[in-house]
Design a protein. Structure first.
Length: 251
């Protein structure tokens, strides 16, 4: 049996099994789970885990939630965690969540004392550098201490949100064939920079559209901030109840 999680036991009647066999099976599914998480998700907060100033002086409260670390491990906090804040006056500390497990359920059923379970319970740490000790961390926020060393406020803007890692996304709906469905795809073949290609018949935006950089229409290599190439007689029309601005192909 290999220690990397690539094998799992094949059970059959009359087989003699030991603790190592069950550990191998657990390791297989753990490797499968974390491998998929690592391949499909970016580390960060998936849900909850909001941090607020605690009711008790010098404390923080971390709400229940889920995060994924760099190794693909799920960090699940099932109930609100109270965290004591210890730091220097005026200091700013990052609030981190890391994976942790500890043995529990001590027993002597086999004639010797030993633990029957592992409790998977993430650890909450405070770090001035934003780096956890010996573990892969996810940033939940930043706490600022006042001149007396008491908790002044929590800054949520540094929170690390989880994301999805995909090469393409197809928006399939109902019985529409997949090849006819809208599609977003990352393409680096056209240039050295990343290009997002949208394959759609039409796109509708509701709300404000902000474009930072160059906007080009029907032109691969733009010569201006807004570069429109058209074979129509009317290239640009701005109207409300009547036409306010009309730009034709004669300029």
């Amino acid at each position: 049996m290999t220690p990397d999680g690539s094998e799992r036991p094949l059970f059959h009647d009359g087989q003699s099994l030991g603790a190592a066999d069950f550990r191998t099976e657990q390791r297989y599914f753990e490797t499968l789970f974390t491998g998929l998480n690592h391949a499909l998700h970016l580390s960060g907060i998936a849900q909850g885990l909001e941090v607020t100033v605690g009711q008790r002086p010098g404390s923080l409260e971390v709400a229940p939630g889920v995060a994924i670390d760099d190794a693909g491990r799920a960090l699940i906090l099932t109930e609100t965690r109270l965290v004591d804040v210890v730091g220097e006056p005026g200091q700013a500390l990052f609030i981190l969540i890391t994976s942790a497990e500890q043995p529990t359920s001590l027993t002597s059923e086999s004639g010797e004392f030993g633990y029957k379970r592992f409790l998977l319970e993430p650890r909450i740490e405070l770090s001035a550098l934003g780096v956890a000790q010996g573990a892969s961390e996810v940033v939940l926020g930043k706490v600022f201490l006042d001149a007396r060393g008491d908790v002044e406020r929590v800054d949520p803007r540094v929170r690390q949100a989880s994301g999805t890692r995909v090469g393409s996304v197809t928006f399939a709906s109902g019985d529409v064939p997949e090849q006819e469905s809208p599609r977003l795809e990352a393409d680096r073949s056209q240039s050295a920079s990343s290009v997002l290609v949208a394959s759609v018949d039409s796109a509708t935006f509701t709300g404000a559209l902000l474009v930072t950089g160059t906007l080009r229409v029907n032109r691969e290599f733009p010569h201006a901030q807004l570069d429109v190439e058209s074979t129509r007689s009317q290239i640009l029309a701005v109207r409300d109840t009547r036409t306010a601005l009309l730009l034709d192909n004669q300029g």
